[in-house]
Design a protein around this ligand. Structure first.
Ligand code: GSH
Length: 213
Protein backbone atom coordinates (compact mmCIF):
# COMPACT_ATOMS: atom_id res chain seq x y z
CA UNK A 1 0.00 0.00 0.00
CA UNK A 2 0.95 3.61 -0.45
CA UNK A 3 -0.20 6.64 1.47
CA UNK A 4 -0.23 10.16 0.08
CA UNK A 5 0.50 12.06 3.24
CA UNK A 6 1.85 15.31 4.66
CA UNK A 7 3.74 15.05 7.91
CA UNK A 8 1.84 17.83 9.66
CA UNK A 9 -1.60 16.92 8.36
CA UNK A 10 -3.82 15.62 11.15
CA UNK A 11 -6.00 13.69 8.72
CA UNK A 12 -2.90 11.92 7.34
CA UNK A 13 -1.82 11.36 10.94
CA UNK A 14 -5.14 9.55 11.62
CA UNK A 15 -4.54 7.12 8.78
CA UNK A 16 -0.89 6.60 9.75
CA UNK A 17 -2.01 5.60 13.26
CA UNK A 18 -4.61 3.19 11.86
CA UNK A 19 -2.06 1.58 9.53
CA UNK A 20 0.45 1.25 12.37
CA UNK A 21 -2.10 -0.21 14.78
CA UNK A 22 -2.98 -2.83 12.20
CA UNK A 23 0.70 -3.52 11.48
CA UNK A 24 0.28 -2.75 7.78
CA UNK A 25 3.38 -1.82 5.78
CA UNK A 26 3.11 1.10 3.36
CA UNK A 27 5.21 3.59 1.46
CA UNK A 28 4.75 7.26 2.18
CA UNK A 29 4.24 9.46 -0.88
CA UNK A 30 4.73 12.99 0.45
CA UNK A 31 2.34 15.71 -0.74
CA UNK A 32 3.40 19.15 0.43
CA UNK A 33 0.14 20.97 1.06
CA UNK A 34 2.01 24.13 2.11
CA UNK A 35 3.04 24.65 -1.51
CA UNK A 36 -0.20 23.36 -3.03
CA UNK A 37 0.89 19.94 -4.31
CA UNK A 38 -2.56 18.59 -3.34
CA UNK A 39 -4.11 20.85 -5.96
CA UNK A 40 -1.88 19.65 -8.82
CA UNK A 41 -4.02 18.56 -11.77
CA UNK A 42 -2.53 15.08 -11.91
CA UNK A 43 -3.07 14.45 -8.19
CA UNK A 44 -6.69 15.65 -8.29
CA UNK A 45 -7.50 13.75 -11.49
CA UNK A 46 -5.76 10.50 -10.69
CA UNK A 47 -5.42 10.23 -6.92
CA UNK A 48 -7.76 12.31 -4.79
CA UNK A 49 -10.64 14.29 -6.32
CA UNK A 50 -11.08 16.04 -2.94
CA UNK A 51 -7.73 17.81 -3.53
CA UNK A 52 -6.63 16.99 -0.01
CA UNK A 53 -4.42 14.55 1.87
CA UNK A 54 -4.53 11.75 2.77
CA UNK A 55 -5.15 9.30 -0.06
CA UNK A 56 -4.57 5.57 0.12
CA UNK A 57 -3.48 3.42 -2.80
CA UNK A 58 -4.15 -0.30 -2.37
CA UNK A 59 -3.39 -2.02 -5.67
CA UNK A 60 -5.74 -0.45 -8.20
CA UNK A 61 -7.93 1.03 -5.50
CA UNK A 62 -7.53 4.73 -4.70
CA UNK A 63 -9.35 6.31 -1.81
CA UNK A 64 -9.49 9.73 -0.18
CA UNK A 65 -11.13 10.96 3.05
CA UNK A 66 -9.43 9.76 6.21
CA UNK A 67 -12.50 8.24 7.86
CA UNK A 68 -13.45 6.37 4.69
CA UNK A 69 -9.87 5.09 4.44
CA UNK A 70 -9.88 3.89 8.04
CA UNK A 71 -13.26 2.23 7.55
CA UNK A 72 -11.89 0.50 4.43
CA UNK A 73 -8.84 -0.69 6.38
CA UNK A 74 -11.13 -1.91 9.16
CA UNK A 75 -13.19 -3.91 6.68
CA UNK A 76 -10.20 -5.38 4.87
CA UNK A 77 -7.83 -5.83 7.83
CA UNK A 78 -10.16 -6.14 10.82
CA UNK A 79 -7.52 -6.78 13.48
CA UNK A 80 -7.49 -4.82 15.65
CA UNK A 81 -10.91 -3.39 14.91
CA UNK A 82 -11.02 0.40 15.23
CA UNK A 83 -14.74 0.87 14.55
CA UNK A 84 -16.45 -1.63 16.84
CA UNK A 85 -19.29 -3.81 15.58
CA UNK A 86 -21.56 -3.60 18.62
CA UNK A 87 -24.08 -0.88 17.68
CA UNK A 88 -24.00 1.25 20.85
CA UNK A 89 -20.20 1.19 21.17
CA UNK A 90 -19.82 1.84 17.45
CA UNK A 91 -22.17 4.82 17.74
CA UNK A 92 -20.20 6.27 20.68
CA UNK A 93 -16.93 5.86 18.75
CA UNK A 94 -18.41 7.60 15.69
CA UNK A 95 -20.01 10.31 17.84
CA UNK A 96 -16.65 11.33 19.25
CA UNK A 97 -14.74 10.85 16.00
CA UNK A 98 -17.14 12.93 13.93
CA UNK A 99 -17.18 15.72 16.51
CA UNK A 100 -13.46 16.04 15.80
CA UNK A 101 -13.47 15.25 12.09
CA UNK A 102 -16.62 17.14 11.08
CA UNK A 103 -16.96 19.92 13.66
CA UNK A 104 -13.43 20.94 14.73
CA UNK A 105 -11.03 20.04 11.92
CA UNK A 106 -12.82 21.61 8.90
CA UNK A 107 -13.00 25.15 10.31
CA UNK A 108 -9.31 25.16 11.22
CA UNK A 109 -8.03 23.55 8.04
CA UNK A 110 -5.19 25.14 6.04
CA UNK A 111 -7.43 26.39 3.22
CA UNK A 112 -9.82 28.03 5.69
CA UNK A 113 -6.99 29.74 7.58
CA UNK A 114 -5.44 30.89 4.30
CA UNK A 115 -8.81 32.26 3.13
CA UNK A 116 -9.11 34.21 6.36
CA UNK A 117 -5.63 35.64 5.76
CA UNK A 118 -5.64 36.35 2.07
CA UNK A 119 -9.29 37.06 1.18
CA UNK A 120 -10.70 38.41 4.42
CA UNK A 121 -7.37 39.93 5.45
CA UNK A 122 -7.64 39.16 9.12
CA UNK A 123 -4.61 39.90 11.29
CA UNK A 124 -2.37 37.07 12.59
CA UNK A 125 -3.91 37.68 16.03
CA UNK A 126 -7.43 37.30 14.67
CA UNK A 127 -6.45 34.11 12.84
CA UNK A 128 -5.02 32.65 16.04
CA UNK A 129 -8.14 33.71 17.95
CA UNK A 130 -10.30 31.95 15.36
CA UNK A 131 -8.25 28.77 15.62
CA UNK A 132 -8.27 28.71 19.41
CA UNK A 133 -11.98 29.53 19.60
CA UNK A 134 -13.01 26.51 17.54
CA UNK A 135 -10.57 24.24 19.33
CA UNK A 136 -11.95 25.38 22.70
CA UNK A 137 -15.56 24.95 21.64
CA UNK A 138 -14.95 21.55 20.08
CA UNK A 139 -12.68 20.22 22.80
CA UNK A 140 -15.24 21.19 25.46
CA UNK A 141 -17.67 18.89 23.67
CA UNK A 142 -15.09 16.11 23.43
CA UNK A 143 -14.38 16.45 27.13
CA UNK A 144 -18.11 16.27 27.98
CA UNK A 145 -18.43 13.11 25.88
CA UNK A 146 -15.46 11.61 27.72
CA UNK A 147 -16.93 12.59 31.11
CA UNK A 148 -19.97 10.53 30.16
CA UNK A 149 -18.28 7.50 28.64
CA UNK A 150 -14.55 7.41 29.37
CA UNK A 151 -13.22 5.03 31.96
CA UNK A 152 -9.71 5.04 30.52
CA UNK A 153 -7.12 4.50 29.45
CA UNK A 154 -8.45 5.02 25.90
CA UNK A 155 -11.39 7.23 24.94
CA UNK A 156 -13.95 4.45 25.05
CA UNK A 157 -12.49 1.54 26.90
CA UNK A 158 -9.52 -0.76 27.14
CA UNK A 159 -8.57 -0.72 23.43
CA UNK A 160 -7.81 2.12 21.02
CA UNK A 161 -10.56 2.94 18.52
CA UNK A 162 -11.22 5.47 15.80
CA UNK A 163 -12.02 7.92 18.62
CA UNK A 164 -8.40 7.83 19.82
CA UNK A 165 -7.13 7.82 16.25
CA UNK A 166 -9.08 11.08 15.74
CA UNK A 167 -8.37 12.70 19.11
CA UNK A 168 -4.58 12.36 19.22
CA UNK A 169 -3.82 14.29 16.00
CA UNK A 170 -6.36 16.96 16.98
CA UNK A 171 -4.65 17.49 20.32
CA UNK A 172 -1.21 17.46 18.69
CA UNK A 173 -2.39 20.24 16.35
CA UNK A 174 -3.87 22.24 19.20
CA UNK A 175 -0.62 21.97 21.18
CA UNK A 176 1.34 23.09 18.13
CA UNK A 177 -0.90 26.16 18.00
CA UNK A 178 -0.33 26.83 21.74
CA UNK A 179 -3.97 26.28 22.67
CA UNK A 180 -4.68 26.09 26.39
CA UNK A 181 -5.97 22.54 26.92
CA UNK A 182 -5.92 22.54 30.72
CA UNK A 183 -9.73 22.39 30.85
CA UNK A 184 -9.71 18.98 29.15
CA UNK A 185 -7.95 16.61 31.57
CA UNK A 186 -9.59 13.44 30.27
CA UNK A 187 -8.62 14.24 26.71
CA UNK A 188 -5.06 15.02 27.78
CA UNK A 189 -4.85 11.77 29.76
CA UNK A 190 -5.83 9.80 26.64
CA UNK A 191 -3.26 11.78 24.64
CA UNK A 192 -0.51 11.01 27.17
CA UNK A 193 -1.45 7.34 27.23
CA UNK A 194 -1.46 7.13 23.42
CA UNK A 195 1.87 8.91 23.11
CA UNK A 196 3.55 5.97 24.84
CA UNK A 197 2.02 3.45 22.40
CA UNK A 198 4.41 2.43 19.58
CA UNK A 199 1.81 2.70 16.82
CA UNK A 200 0.80 6.21 17.85
CA UNK A 201 4.47 7.19 18.25
CA UNK A 202 5.38 5.84 14.80
CA UNK A 203 2.69 8.01 13.21
CA UNK A 204 3.90 11.27 14.79
CA UNK A 205 4.74 14.11 12.37
CA UNK A 206 8.40 14.27 13.39
CA UNK A 207 8.87 10.59 12.52
CA UNK A 208 7.73 11.00 8.93
CA UNK A 209 10.12 11.00 5.96
CA UNK A 210 8.88 14.42 4.77
CA UNK A 211 9.21 16.05 8.19
CA UNK A 212 10.77 19.49 8.31
CA UNK A 213 11.26 21.34 11.59
N1 GSH B 1 -12.34 15.37 5.44
C1 GSH B 1 -11.04 15.17 4.86
C2 GSH B 1 -10.21 16.41 5.10
C3 GSH B 1 -8.90 16.33 4.34
C4 GSH B 1 -8.12 17.63 4.49
O1 GSH B 1 -8.69 18.74 4.40
N2 GSH B 1 -6.81 17.46 4.71
C5 GSH B 1 -6.02 18.63 4.88
C6 GSH B 1 -4.75 18.32 5.67
S1 GSH B 1 -5.12 17.88 7.33
C7 GSH B 1 -5.63 19.21 3.55
O2 GSH B 1 -5.38 18.49 2.61
N3 GSH B 1 -5.60 20.54 3.50
C8 GSH B 1 -5.23 21.23 2.32
C9 GSH B 1 -5.92 22.56 2.26
O3 GSH B 1 -6.63 22.91 3.21
O4 GSH B 1 -5.73 23.24 1.26
C10 GSH B 1 -10.38 13.92 5.44
O5 GSH B 1 -10.73 13.54 6.56
O6 GSH B 1 -9.56 13.31 4.77
Amino acid sequence: MQLHSFFNSSTSYRVRIALALKGLAYDTLPVNIRVGEHRAADYVANVNPSATVPALIDGDFRLGQSLAIIDYLDQTYPEPRLIPLEPAVRARVLELSTLIACDIHPVNNLRVLRYLETELQVTPQQKTAWYRHWVAQGMAGVERLLERSNHGPWCLGAQPTLADVSLVPQIANALRMDCDLSAYPRSLAVYEHASAHPAFAAAEPQRQPDYVA
